[in-house]
Design a protein around this ligand. Structure first.
Ligand SMILES: *[C@@H]1O[C@H](CO)[C@@H](O)[C@H](O)[C@H]1NC(C)=O
Ligand SMILES: *[C@@H]1O[C@H](CO)[C@@H](O)[C@H](O)[C@H]1NC(C)=O
Ligand SMILES: *[C@@H]1O[C@H](CO)[C@@H](O)[C@H](O)[C@H]1NC(C)=O
Ligand SMILES: *[C@@H]1O[C@H](CO)[C@@H](O)[C@H](O)[C@H]1NC(C)=O
Ligand SMILES: *[C@@H]1O[C@H](CO)[C@@H](O)[C@H](O)[C@H]1NC(C)=O
Length: 274
């Protein structure tokens, strides 16, 4: 009885109609974005990163919308999944939108010019502010090793010094992180993007440090050579100089002996010449 009454009330009916209209318009826009799989380049290098993004000119992902009501050309909006601002805030990103003549469907292409590792992520396409779909650039993990904020693949150190090595994992979806050391096979650190080595030594630390990451699109590794100097390395030049002095002395002594003997022969002092 009270429900009947509510439905007959003009205000309630208007509210219901508005709600219904909102639901209907939201439901009638169909948005899809196909994922884009990005293949990586084998760098062929034994140090540094095994696979890299290479120098790509452009990456593109397409959003398609269809609707029972017209779409407006400005109704496509792209953003990064973890940000509310427009993707085109980044000057390298452009959006190319085309509507069908009847206005009932359209496509919007997001272009990334000269993409970098951090672009391999998720973008959201929003149509008429109501309907949305997420598009993914997918790849094996992309790695970067950093020491003191700079990309480093060969680090020279004195024994006793400390170092923090960052392994930045990008690519999509995010992979795990595993560290290994060539001189210490039992070494095991996982899921920490920073490897901190304090008071390094020639015996325990000089060698390759590897960071590996895997997701369902593949595995990638990055290697750095930790060039811990030998504690005796400053002796090497001294030893070399010492050897040279000994060699010169030997030559001088041998020459003197030979010369003396030769003079004896010339002077007729040689016992055999008698
Ligand atoms: C949405 O559009 C896609 C193709 O663009 C189609 O495959 C799918 O069936 C549509 N979904 C609905 C609910 O209309
Ligand atoms: C999309 O937005 C345009 C302009 O704002 C509007 O005219 C149209 O009705 C909307 N379409 C749908 C299906 O909501
Ligand atoms: C995006 O906007 C929503 C609601 O407006 C807010 O809750 C959220 O914190 C914002 N996210 C970012 C990353 O700014
Ligand atoms: C390394 O440690 C992790 C957990 O801390 C463990 O799951 C894994 O099996 C270990 N790997 C090796 C080679 O010991
Ligand atoms: C990662 O390693 C750093 C340096 O050794 C340490 O301070 C930090 O607590 C570790 N984090 C995790 C999550 O284990």
């Amino acid at each position: 009885m009270s429900i009947m009454f509510a439905c007959q009330s003009p205000i309630a009916a208007a509210v219901l109609q508005l709600l219904l209209a909102a639901v209907v318009s939201a439901q009638h826009i169909n948005v899809t974005v196909d994922d884009v799989s990005v293949s990586l380049k084998d760098s062929g290098s034994s140090t540094g990163e095994r696979y890299t993004l290479g120098k790509l000119k452009r990456l593109a992902i397409t959003c398609r919308a269809s609707s029972s009501g017209v779409l407006s050309p400005s109704s496509f909006f792209w953003r990064l999944e973890n940000s509310n601002s427009s993707a085109t805030v980044d000057a390298r990103i452009t959006v190319d939108t085309k509507l069908a003549d009847n206005g009932l469907s359209g496509t919007s292409v997001l272009n990334i010019n000269y993409p970098v590792k951090s672009d391999i992520t998720n973008f959201v396409c929003i149509v008429n502010q109501t309907a949305s779909a997420t598009g993914r650039f997918l790849s094996a993990p992309l790695l970067t090793m950093k020491v003191d904020g700079a990309n480093e693949y060969d680090v020279a150190m004195w024994p006793g010094e400390s170092v923090a090595i960052l392994c930045l994992v990008e690519g999509n979806p995010m992979g795990d992180i595993r560290w290994t050391k060539s001189v210490d096979p039992a070494f095991n650190l996982t899921n920490n993007n920073t490897l901190y080595l304090s008071s390094v030594s020639y015996e325990a630390d000089r060698g390759y440090i590897t960071c590996a990451s895997k997701n369902r699109y593949g595995e990638n590794t990055a290697r750095l050579f930790l060039r811990v100097k030998s504690p005796l390395s400053f002796l090497t030049p001294l030893v070399a100089i010492g050897c040279e002095i000994v060699a010169i002395l030997v030559i001088v002594v041998v020459y003197e002996l030979y010369d003396k003997r030769r003079r004896q022969v010339v002077d007729g002092d040689d016992p055999k010449s008698e």
